[in-house]
Design a protein around this ligand. Structure first.
Ligand SMILES: Nc1ncnc2c1ncn2[C@@H]1O[C@H](COP(=O)(O)OP(=O)(O)OP(=O)(O)O)[C@@H](O)[C@H]1O
Ligand SMILES: [Mg+2]
Length: 327
């Protein structure tokens, strides 16, 4: 399998009046061509900042560093604004968490789609742009595309708005998309349809997908590999089946147990994980999950665990390093 994207030791810190916010604090991962990697974790773990770092859509207060980054066979030395601009769109396109923040409310859908076509395929005539716009609207499952192109974003229903946004993200014909919680605001039927749509687009064009979500249920429907993020770090990564069958990190286990409908043999179903994600201004020393971990050992509170790699899996947890199971 060929890697499409790889990043090593990504650190994205924000300088704020309160101090340095370590939103992403040493993250490494890769995505193969045509593969879906899910990045899972609770709110505030650094999922969005990780993805925005890859295309450098960050506030000026951000300080971004990494040891190595490669996209589409090319090493990205320092991800300057110009390099980032070349990556965005054709190489990596983003589907944002909230459609209304990425669709421009004052322009009709046709104009917004047209801008993307103009940017990526200069020289298209007005008629060609219209044809392509209709075609992509159909592709993402929007009925009556001719009419829908003529409306403003707020005139569409939530589901169609999400699809319109996906159409705009795909108009640049990207080799990889980052889908940042494309489903949270939607009801379950639309959620399932969007996931089917992404799957189908992936089959048609061998696109890579980085799916960002806090919902392990969504992950199981689409991802082949899973990276679990907690407090600015990836704490566990592996193939979906392996992670589901036998989670190694307590955080992963608790996330899986909190999926509605999952039967837990001991202790019943867990509604949510107790406590909150630590503030990235001030992470606890030792394992960052230790204050919430029901299995924490003495060492966990003082010493940060080293990453352990076993075949195509990795985990950072003292329990696992000491050969203790999480039960
Ligand atoms: N521009 C910024 N300046 C300072 N801190 C920031 C900035 N952007 C994000 N953060 C902080 O970085 C941390 C990670 O944020 P991020 O948006 O990546 O979380 P997330 O995992 O995507 O959460 P959610 O599931 O809610 O979308 C949070 O504590 C957030 O407050
Ligand atoms: Mg987010």
């Amino acid at each position: 399998m060929e890697k499409y994207l790889e990043v090593k030791n990504l650190r994205t810190y924000f300088n704020t009046p309160e101090g340095v916010v370590k939103s992403v604090d040493g993250v490494s991962f890769h995505i193969n061509r045509g593969e879906t990697l899910a990045l899972v974790g609770e709110s505030g773990c650094g999922k969005t900042v990780t993805s925005l770092s890859l295309i450098r859509l960050l506030a000026d207060t951000a300080d971004l560093k990494y040891d190595y980054m490669m996209v589409d066979g090319q090493e990205i030395k320092d991800l300057t604004k110009e390099e980032a601009r070349q990556i965005r769109g054709k190489k990596i396109s983003m589907i944002f968490q909230e459609p209304m923040t990425s669709l421009n409310p004052v322009y009709k859908i046709e104009k917004q789609l047209g801008e993307v076509f103009k940017l990526h395929e200069p020289g298209l005539t007005k008629e060609q742009i219209h044809e392509k716009s209709v075609e992509i609207m159909k592709k993402v499952g929007i009925p009556n595309p001719d009419e829908r192109l003529k409306v403003y974003p707020h005139q569409l229903s939530g589901g169609l708005r999400q699809r319109a946004m996906i159409a705009i993200s795909l108009a640049s014909n990207p080799q990889m998309v980052i889908a940042d919680e494309p489903t949270t605001a939607l009801d379950v039927t639309i959620q399932a349809q969007i996931i089917d749509l992404l799957k189908q687009l992936q089959r048609d064009s061998n696109m890579s997908i980085l799916l960002i979500t806090h919902d392990f249920g969504v992950v199981s429907q689409i991802a082949s590999r899973v990276a679990v993020m907690y407090a600015g770090k990836i704490v566990e990564e592996g193939m979906l089946e392996d992670i589901f069958r036998d989670p190694w990190h307590p955080y992963t286990k608790l996330l899986i147990m909190s999926i509605p409908g999952i039967k837990v043999t001991r202790g019943g179903r867990l509604e949510s994980i107790k406590g909150t994600v630590p503030n990235p201004l001030n992470f606890p020393k030792g394992c960052r999950f230790a204050p919430r971990c029901p299995w924490a050992l003495d060492i966990c509170k003082d010493v940060a665990p080293e990453e352990m790699v076993v075949g195509n899996r990795r985990v950072s947890c003292h329990l696992r390093t000491q050969g203790k199971a999480v039960e």
